[in-house]
Design a protein around this ligand. Structure first.
Ligand code: KIV
Length: 366
């Protein structure tokens, strides 16, 4: 490194360390300048395991786009999951099965931009969708995992299931250099096999099998495992047995951390049809859907009554001189414009009459 460069970077170092002392930021990483300082320490597989060992709880929330990512990152959440639940809560599908790698990556990219904007240290996990990692040829899964990292900007991917075949796939991806999060219990991608969104591991034998699945994923190199919709005692036993952290959803308080779906926890979907699908285990931390509905209704009524925008929201003004000059310009061709306006009005009223005739026509046919 040249002396000039060294002096420059040490100057940045001094500036940044004083910023850190004064600014109360938790961290630390300096790549090429102050703009690279993160508001929170970069979360990694190692830091998560260390949290588990120290008994500190891990937080994970889903995000699907730029604004949700900024919100989640600013809250200092450890892991941001671009879940394939996006299919249901954002895209209106009945299940998660229709997602493709392309659509997932589209969402990952915008979440990544949100995390970068928020200077976040959160770990970004991308959910590999149904049909993109289950083949015997594990190269397919590895190729798709690379797409999540290279195109989507993800730090890790998540796979559902804990069979031997799935563990082999997880191993392949980990060996390829991509961190993998497992997911056992309720695995929504297998909905057509499971037969519904219902709790798993409720018999001793099934609970034992879940433990085996989680252990298999740990042995395959996964850095953590999601436990979805399993009895609290089962999740706690799995958590105690594993070295790696478990992240629970509908799995009680004995896991190493908790994950919730953004839309469910914030009450984004306030239509009664949707509200009935918010899972029993989900605490609602806000009623955003109601606020959105109220805002939209108020906008409609303000526009219809003429109270919006009003002077308060009409910020672009002309000087008095420009206004007068504009009036003169309007005056100059007022006659010609009036003639054109009358012709257009005539044509439009003919169109209205035509449309009225059409309507009567269709009614008559009924
Ligand atoms: O897709 C998703 O949001 C998930 C979480 C529920 C863990 O897999």
């Amino acid at each position: 490194m040249s002396t000039h460069l060294r002096t420059f970077s040490s100057r940045i170092g001094i500036a940044c360390s004083s910023l850190l002392k004064g600014g109360g930021m938790k961290t630390l990483r300096l790549r090429s300048g102050c703009s690279q300082i993160r508001n929170f320490a970069k979360v990694s597989a190692l830091s998560l395991t260390s949290k588990k060992r120290k008994g500190k709880k891990i937080t994970m929330v889903t995000a699907y786009d730029y604004p949700s990512a900024v919100h989640v990152a600013r809250a200092g959440i450890d892991l941001v999951l671009v879940g394939d639940s996006v299919a249901m809560v954002e895209l209106g599908h009945e299940t998660t099965q229709r997602m493709s790698v392309e659509t997932m990556i589209h969402h990952c990219e915008s979440v990544k931009r949100g995390l970068e904007f928020a200077n976040s240290g959160s770990m970004l996990v991308g959910d590999m969708p149904f049909g993109t990692y289950e083949f015997e040829d594990t190269d397919v899964a590895l190729r798709n995992a690379y797409r999540f990292v290279k195109e989507g900007g993800c730090d890790a991917v998540k796979l559902e299931g804990g069979s031997m075949a799935r563990a082999k796939t997880a191993r392949k991806i980990v060996d390829g250099g991509v961190a993998v999060m497992g997911h056992v219990g309720l695995t929504p991608q297998a909905i057509s096999v499971i037969g519904g969104f219902r709790a798993q591991g409720r018999t001793a034998v099934r609970a034992r099998a879940l433990l085996d699945e989680a252990l298999r994923l740990q042995d395959a190199g996964c850095f953590s495992v999601v436990l979805e919709c399993v009895p609290a005692n089962v999740a706690a036993a799995i958590t105690e047995t594993l070295e790696i952290p478990t992240i629970g959803i509908g799995a009680g308080g004995g896991t190493s951390g908790q994950v919730l779906v953004f839309h469910d926890m914030l009450g984004m979907l306030s239509h009664p049809h949707h509200e009935q699908f918010v899972p029993k285990f989900c605490k609602k931390y806000a009623q955003v859907g109601h606020a959105i509905q109220e805002g939209l209704q108020e906008f409609k009524s303000d526009v219809e009554s003429g109270t919006f925008p009003g002077e308060d929201y009409s910020p672009y003004l002309m000087s008095e001189g420009e206004k007068e000059a504009f009036d003169v310009l309007l005056e100059e061709d007022a006659v010609e414009r009036k003639r054109k306006h009358e012709m257009a009005a005539e044509k439009l009223s003919q169109a209205d009459e035509y449309e009225a005739l059409q309507l009567y026509g269709s009614n008559d046919e009924k």
